[in-house]
Design a protein around this ligand. Structure first.
Ligand code: NAI
Length: 341
């Protein structure tokens, strides 16, 4: 178990358990909403493996007692509890430092993320209403799609409840970064564990904009390769949806990405310096109110939204063409949140 755990710790950047004694690690409660789902289950496993977590609350409308019993047998620090059904949501949320939301329906072949809007917007709205009530200071990691709209919905719900703090709301775009790194390493023939690629914009189709001009280690890839890599990153989700042929969208790679992002949030809360990840947050680095870019994480959540750096002409063009779609997804979310009471 220990070798599996430390392999995961090394590959994912988690702090190795042995580098901490349990007394020196702060108590941190993490809640996963939608924990019995395709993403929720492996994410529950990965969060159980994270030694920075002391309490892990697994919530879903059904099925969580089984997932919680299963995960709870793993001999790692956190205490695991399962909560099923709306009447248990308050208990799941109370005292949470981080709430991760992978609740909702995933895509089937032929669907865009926006096709999920009608169902998932309602789910996100009700879960965020409960967050505002039971753990208003938690950092919220939004995974449910369409992220471009669900994050603005969450912001509106929190504003209405008087609990909104833009530093504590995150759209999880880490999977786009994970994909960009993997695809780049393959083409550039460099060690994937050393690769860094910022991904900006949003989390759907052309709104996903990987900045390969800033990728490290540097590689001299042709314009044609960069275009192909950009397109593959933008359509990485669809690649999985098609391969799963009706059985859902990315779950395992998403759980990995979600665990990386939550770990970064935990490190920030614990005062680890220079924790930087890309995330879709309230932003003023473009004219759009929400935008994904590199963000420095700290004790209050977002410590600093970092600028875009210098872009290639191709990236500048793509940035301009993604703005109208992202703007309308943001407006759609805001409208939904305000229309329905
Ligand atoms: P899934 O259908 O396997 O699981 C979703 C879970 O949410 C189910 O267990 C369901 O019971 C639960 N759920 C539904 N309503 C709920 C409620 N009101 N409260 C609590 N739980 C509720 O779906 P999967 O594959 O896990 O995907 C979940 C979401 O994540 C989808 O919206 C999907 O589009 C999104 N996603 C986001 C990605 C990203 O990069 N941000 C990547 C991949 C998926």
């Amino acid at each position: 178990v220990r070798s599996v755990q430390s392999a995961i710790a090394r590959s994912s950047g988690f702090v190795s358990r042995r580098s901490y004694s349990s007394e020196s690690v702060p108590e941190r409660k993490v809640a996963v909403l939608g924990a019995a789902g395709g993403i929720g289950q492996p994410l529950a496993l990965l969060m159980k493996l994270n030694p920075l977590v002391s309490r892990l609350a697994l919530y879903d409308i059904a099925g969580t007692p089984g997932v919680a019993a299963d995960v709870s047998h793993i001999n790692i620090r956190s205490e695991v509890s399962g909560y099923a059904g709306e009447e248990e949501l308050a208990k799941a949320l109370e005292g949470s430092d981080i709430v991760i939301i992978p609740a909702g329906v995933p895509r089937k072949p032929g669907m865009t993320r926006d096709d999920l809007f009608n169902i998932n917007a309602g789910i996100v709205k009700s879960l965020c209403t409960a967050i505002a009530k039971y753990c208003p200071h938690a950092l919220v990691n939004m995974i449910s799609n369409p992220v471009n709209s669900t994050v603005p919905i969450a912001a509106e719900v929190f504003k209405k409840a008087g609990t909104y703090d833009e530093k504590r709301l995150f759209g999880v775009t880490t999977l786009d970064v994970v994909r960009a790194k993997t695809f780049y390493a393959g083409k550039a023939n460099v060690n994937v564990s050393e690769v860094n690629v910022p991904v900006i914009g949003g989390h759907a189709g052309i709104t996903i904009l990987p900045l390969f001009s800033q990728a490290t280690p540097k590689a001299n890839l042709s314009d044609e390769y960069i275009k192909a890599l950009t397109k593959r990153t933008q359509e990485g989700g669809t690649e999985v949806v098609e391969a799963k042929a009706g059985k859902g969208s990315a779950t395992l790679s998403m759980a990995y990405a979600g665990a990386i992002f939550a770990d970064a949030c935990l490190k920030g809360l614990n005062g680890v310096p220079d924790v930087v990840e890309c995330s879709y947050v309230q932003s003023n680095i473009t004219e759009l109110p929400f935008f994904a870019s590199q963000v420095r994480l700290g004790k209050n959540g977002v410590e600093e939204v970092l600028g875009l750096g210098s872009l290639s002409d191709y990236e500048k063009e793509n940035l301009e063409s993604l703005k109208p779609e992202l703007k309308s997804s943001i407006e759609k979310g805001i409208k939904f949140a305000n229309q329905n009471g």
